[in-house]
Design a protein around this ligand. Structure first.
Ligand SMILES: *Cc1c(COP(=O)(O)O)cnc(C)c1O
Length: 462
């Protein structure tokens, strides 16, 4: 028999500069997590060994990007780097007009204030924390129209980011197209576990919204990862380049908000991009109040240059294959160990099913928050909660929102860690799983009004 030999792959870069990480003792970690109110967002990074809190702004830039920083044109108006960024956005995404912002939520703020009026409804493929808050602050209400499969961590649907076309149409019929300024479409869906939307589905959403005269605003924070998963999974796209798929996705939407701190490989930055000149003029006027002049919008010239280069690198095949490949490597390792995770494996992180890992805790015992604290205590690996704490309270009733999913996210920064780090992480999660009966629940001792997961403090319930 002619058996194919297994061929391994490795990270498509070599390391030019190193940043040492600190190892701690269990006693040090115990003190640190207690001092942080059992909230991993409140830990100091010096107390963290492998930091999987977020993939936001944590990417390693390339030597090209660092070289780009030296070409920063810090003119207040008309910086050369703005024009490089504008060209990158037109070339790789195809949107006409660019309004730079300091990060994604600033773009969400501006587009929400321009398009949403009081009483409006904004359907979308599962909420994202900052997106939803800005829609609500502008007087709108978010309505989730993602397919039901997205709420089931066991379901292996390849495109759990898809919109349920029937749900969307019934929302339009119920409220009327006049009250729906746009449909909010995210590529990939962060809160569902980094799950992609298919081009087939996006085309159907485009057709329906065009019939009703409704816009699509694209949360394109992880569009390159979504495009790569389309290439892997969607019939008819295996021969297309990631670059082509990214452009096709954008072409089906009317505008986009971007947190460049994710796919675009920079540590800070974002933008709003639109095709409509009237919306652009309004946004360009608003950005000067909240962010800065329209040719920098809260970013330094050098940061715009690094972003222009990062956008180009983000759609290169070797990069995106290794980026998503590293996540898949960790996910498969955990699956082989019998750890319950959201399936299929998403693009930017692994989502542990805290309800299954800590079955003795009710949702009021904050299972995902408790699991994240337990993993930190075991190994110094920092993860984050995506469950009842992140879901916040219902603004009308003041009660907790109870999401179906109670998850802990192990988010992989881009180009930062090696497969050896992934091995260490997997072994720590396995150790906590085997010892899970000893993990106690947590309760709130301090809760801020907005985006409470960032700053809440907890203590163990005994
Ligand atoms: C991070 C993120 C945002 C917000 O962007 P910031 O740059 O953090 O302000 C919006 N949408 C999604 C899907 C995100 O992941």
């Amino acid at each position: 028999m002619n058996k194919e030999r297994k061929r391994s792959w490795a990270e498509p870069y070599k390391i030019k500069m190193v940043e040492p990480v600190r190892m701690t003792t269990r006693e040090e970690r115990h003190q640190a997590i207690k001092g942080a109110g059992y909230n991993t967002f409140l830990l100091r990074s010096r107390d963290v060994y492998i930091d999987l809190l977020t993939d936001s702004g944590t990417s390693a830039m390339s030597d090209r990007q660092w070289a780009g920083l030296m070409l920063g044109d810090e003119s207040y108006a008309g910086s050369e780097n703005f024009y490089h960024l504008e060209e990158a956005i037109q070339t790789y995404y195809g949107y006409k007009y660019l309004v730079p912002t300091h990060q994604g939520r600033a773009a969400e703020h501006i587009i929400s204030q321009i398009l949403i009026k009081k009483g409006d409804i904004i359907p979308g493929n599962m909420y994202f924390t900052t997106t939803k808050v800005h829609q609500e602050l502008a007087g709108g209400t978010f309505v989730d129209v993602i397919i039901d499969e997205a709420h089931n961590p066991e379901n292996e649907h390849p495109f759990k980011g898809n919109i349920d076309i029937e749900k969307l149409e019934s929302v339009i019929k119920k409220y009327g197209a006049d009250r729906i300024p746009y449909v909010s479409v995210a590529t990939t869906v962060n809160m569902a576990g980094g799950q992609p939307i298919s081009l087939e589905n996006l085309k159907a959403v485009r057709k329906l919204t065009t019939n009703y005269g409704i816009k699509i605003i694209h949360d394109m924070t992880r569009v390159a990862e979504n495009a790569y998963l389309i290439k892997l999974r969607e019939p008819g796209y295996s021969e297309k380049t990631v670059r082509e798929i990214v452009k096709e996705i954008c072409s089906l939407t009317d505008g986009a908000t971007m947190s460049a701190k994710k796919d675009a490989l920079v540590n800070i930055g974002g933008f709003l991009a639109v095709n409509d000149e009237d919306i652009f003029n309004k946004a360009r006027n608003m950005v000067v109040i909240y962010e800065g002049l329209h040719t920098y919008g809260g970013m330094a010239g050098r940061d715009m240059e690094a972003l222009a280069i990062g956008i180009k690198e983000s759609v290169e095949y070797d990069h995106i294959r290794a980026r998503v490949g590293q996540v898949i490597y960790l996910g498969n390792k955990l699956l082989n160990m019998g750890v319950p995770i959201v399936k299929p494996i998403g693009s930017h992180g692994i989502f542990l099913d805290a309800k299954k890992i800590l079955p003795h805790l009710s949702q009021d015992g904050l299972p995902a928050q408790s699991l994240a604290a337990a993993i930190y205590l075991d190994s110094g690996v920092r993860a984050m909660e995506r469950g009842v704490v992140s879901a916040g309270r219902n603004p009308e009733t003041g009660k907790h929102n109870y999401p179906n999913l109670e998850l802990v996210r192990l988010t992989i920064p881009r180009r930062v860690y090696t497969q050896a780090h992934m091995d260490v992480v997997a072994e720590s999660v396995e150790a906590v799983l085997h010892n899970s009966a000893n993990v106690s629940g947590l309760k709130f001792v301090y809760e801020p009004k907005y985006l409470r997961f960032f700053q809440s403090r907890f203590e163990p319930v005994s």
